[in-house]
Design a binder for this molecule. Sequence first.
Ligand SMILES: [Fe+2]
Length: 192
Amino acid sequence: MEQREARKWAEARLSPHRLAHVAGVAAMADELAQRFDADAKTCRLAAWLHDLLKEESEADLAAEAARRDLPEPLCLPFLLHASVMGARSQAELGVEDEVAEAISYHPIGRPGLGKIGQILYLADKLEPGRQYDGVEELRALARSDLASGLFATVQAICDFQTGRPDPSPVHPLTEQWLIELRGGRTRSQRTF
Ligand SMILES: [Fe+2]
C-alpha cells in the first residue's frame, strides 16, 4: 500500500481535528526519518494509518480484536484502535511487519520496538499541534538525538500519567521499554 492512498483514507474518514493531528504526525515522521536514516515514505505510511480507527466504536473494535485473536495486553480499550489497525494493515493491506508493529504499539511502545515504531511514537507525541509543558524541549532533543529524545519523551509521558490528579497506570510494556531505553541511552553516552 502507498502512503498517498493511506492519506486519502484518512482524509475521507477522520474529523478535521483528528486529520490535522495525523497530518502533523506524518510531517514530523517524515522529518525524523530523513534525519535518522529511515525510509521516509514508509514512516509517512505508518503515520497516515496510525489513527485511522480512532473514531470507530469501542464495541466494533473489540469485536474485530476478538475475531483476529489479538493477545489480551493489546485489547485494553485505549489500545484497540492501534492494535486492530496494526493487525488489519498486516493481514489486508500488505504492509511490512515493522509498519504493522509501529501502528499496533504507537500508544505505548514496547521493548525492542523498531526504528519506524520509534519514529511514529515520537511523531505522535511531539507533532506541531501538541501543546504541553516541555514539548518544545522534547522536540528539540528528538530532532538532535533519536535515542535521547525517545527516552526523555517516554519518561515525560509516564511522569504525566502517574503525576496528574487522576493518575493512570503505566502499561507494563512501556515500563519495560523505558528500562531498555535508559540502558541504551547510557551505553550510547559512554561512547562519547
Ligand atoms: Fe495519534
